[in-house]
Design a protein around this ligand. Structure first.
Ligand SMILES: Nc1ncnc2c1ncn2[C@@H]1O[C@H](COP(=O)(O)OP(=O)(O)OP(=O)(O)O)[C@@H](O)[C@H]1O
Ligand SMILES: [Mg+2]
Length: 252
């Protein structure tokens, strides 16, 4: 198993508030990692640290080390724009740009100079939409606005947009919480299809979803990583009382 991203002794602060406390975790390409735990336990903070989105938050700081392919993401020579292309993010609420479907997907390849000429760009757009499971639904309406799609389609468009810059890691923060069960099932299927090609970490409040889509589960509580292991073990045989209480719905 090759580790793609590795966090070691990571603590994160917003001013005086410690949102993450000495967290060490690896994510890899072979397994989908689910991040679970009650509201406010630091799941989104961890995701945002992994592609340095927290850099923009006033008063936020981080301790410890985070590596991508063994390279320190806080190193002086790390290009943050490139990091965010390598480590893509999909949010809770689908957030397509107010542009055409085509331009939503072409945006990243354009700014990163990943395609030479229209033919190559067309190919990247098509491949990304196919991988996101959206091509058949939009291939005849690529000039329509992304915002005109259904919520589930918009979320797949956002996934296509992330895939278009050829990322290595995809971070998903509750990607289905604004979607109906059918759209949710499509995203879950998609996650299964993307596994192996991309290292995927997904935050979810839905225990059934974590059990369905992930092979590894990390349970967080009050900023600490309580346990991390095979999803089946965490769900059938949790070691910590807090994990057991959470997955059986005692709080959360
Ligand atoms: N921009 C911010 N400024 C100040 N405090 C923040 C900020 N973002 C998060 N926090 C605090 O950090 C802690 C962890 O928040 P985080 O959003 O990471 O939790 P979470 O596990 O994603 O919760 P949820 O399940 O509700 O999304 C919380 O106490 C939260 O109030
Ligand atoms: Mg969150």
């Amino acid at each position: 198993m090759t580790v793609k991203m590795s966090a070691r002794h990571v603590s994160a602060y917003y001013g005086d508030l410690r949102a993450l406390d000495d967290v060490s975790i690896d994510i890899d390409t072979q397994h989908v990692t689910a991040l679970i735990g009650p509201s406010g336990c630091g799941k989104s903070t961890l995701l945002r640290l992994l592609n340095r989105m927290n850099d923009a938050v006033p008063g936020a700081r981080v301790e410890g080390s985070i590596e991508l392919d063994g390279q320190d993401i806080h190193a002086r020579d790390m290009d943050v724009v490139e990091l965010r292309a390598r480590v893509g993010m999909v949010f809770q609420k689908p957030n397509p740009f107010p542009k055409s479907i085509y331009d939503n997907v072409a945006y990243g390849p354009r700014i990163h100079g990943l395609a030479r000429g229209r033919g190559e760009l067309d190919a990247v757009v098509e491949t990304s939409l196919r991988r996101a499971g959206l091509w058949d639904e939009v291939k005849d309406r690529l000039d329509d606005r992304g915002t005109a799609l259904s919520g589930g389609q918009q979320q797949r468009l956002c996934i296509a947009r992330a895939l278009a810059v050829d990322p290595e890691v995809i971070l998903m923060d509750e990607p289905c919480s604004a979607l109906d069960p059918i759209a949710t099932a499509r995203i879950e299927e998609l996650i299964g299809a993307l596994r192996g090609r991309y290292a995927i970490a997904i935050v979810t409040h839905n225990m059934q979803q974590a059990a369905r889509v992930s092979q590894r589960t990390a349970f967080f509580y009050a900023g600490r990583l309580v346990e991390y292991g095979d999803t089946s073990d965490i769900f059938t045989n949790p070691r910590a009382t807090s994990t057991k209480d959470y997955i059986t719905g005692r709080y959360g």
